[in-house]
Unconditional design. Structure first.
Length: 214
């Protein structure tokens, strides 16, 4: 009986330390997101991230060994949020045409990028290989979901190559990159052309019968 109290106290202290650790990691990610959005990629050094979060640089290394780990974790967080948004759009029962499906992917993603400039700083190729791999994995997972959604709605043939959906996402990424290079807020005309291009490509795999245009 007398041994239970110290054990309970140890458990409470451990839980408190773990909770503070999670809070500090989140604070560092939030600081990195703010620096990327406000000052761009070059400004988001590990030292600057720590200063923004109010955490000494020496303590920052307890959570992240370098800025690339921060960037990768932040991009994973953003990818999870995007996954929820795109998934909800694809589940819309009003999605009846290939253009509807393209809109369901592009519109929430475009809105998210506009609201999160930090995502623009990390998402597109050229920052670091690990980030490129994360984006590629995200696109492949979304291509799988889109393929299932389109086949279930009889909008594309069941034998449509998975590569076709993967390439649609890759093309979309390139055009998103172009849109945000043309304008910090994203160029609407470029996004409109992206929708036309991806829709026209997917229509080459359209199943016979259903309407394909909005």
């Amino acid at each position: 009986m007398f041994e239970e109290k110290p054990a309970a106290q140890t458990h409470t202290r451990t839980a408190g330390v773990q909770r503070r650790g999670v809070q500090r990691r989140q604070a560092l990610l939030d600081a990195a997101e703010a620096l990327l959005a406000e000052h761009g990629y070059q400004a988001a050094t590990l030292k600057a991230i720590g200063q923004r979060a109010g955490i000494p640089t020496a303590s920052v290394y307890h959570y992240f060994s370098d800025r690339h780990q921060v960037e990768a974790e932040l991009l994973r967080r953003q990818a999870r949020e995007l996954d929820v948004l795109i998934g909800a759009a694809l589940d819309d029962p009003e999605l009846r045409t290939l253009r509807d499906a393209v809109d369901a992917v592009i519109d929430p993603a475009f809105a998210y990028f506009r609201q999160h400039p930090s995502c623009v700083e990390l998402w597109f190729p050229g920052r670091q290989e690990a980030l490129d791999e994360l984006v590629r994995a995200f696109d492949e997972a979304q291509a799988e979901k889109l393929s299932r959604a389109l086949v279930e709605r009889n909008l594309i043939t069941a034998d449509t190559p998975r590569l076709a959906l993967q390439l649609a996402f890759e093309v979309g990424n390139r055009l998103f990159d172009a849109a945000f290079r043309r304008s910090p807020a994203g160029d609407d005309a470029t996004i409109a052309e992206a929708k036309r291009l991806v829709t026209a490509y997917l229509e080459t795999y359209a199943a016979p019968g259903p309407k394909r245009h909005a």
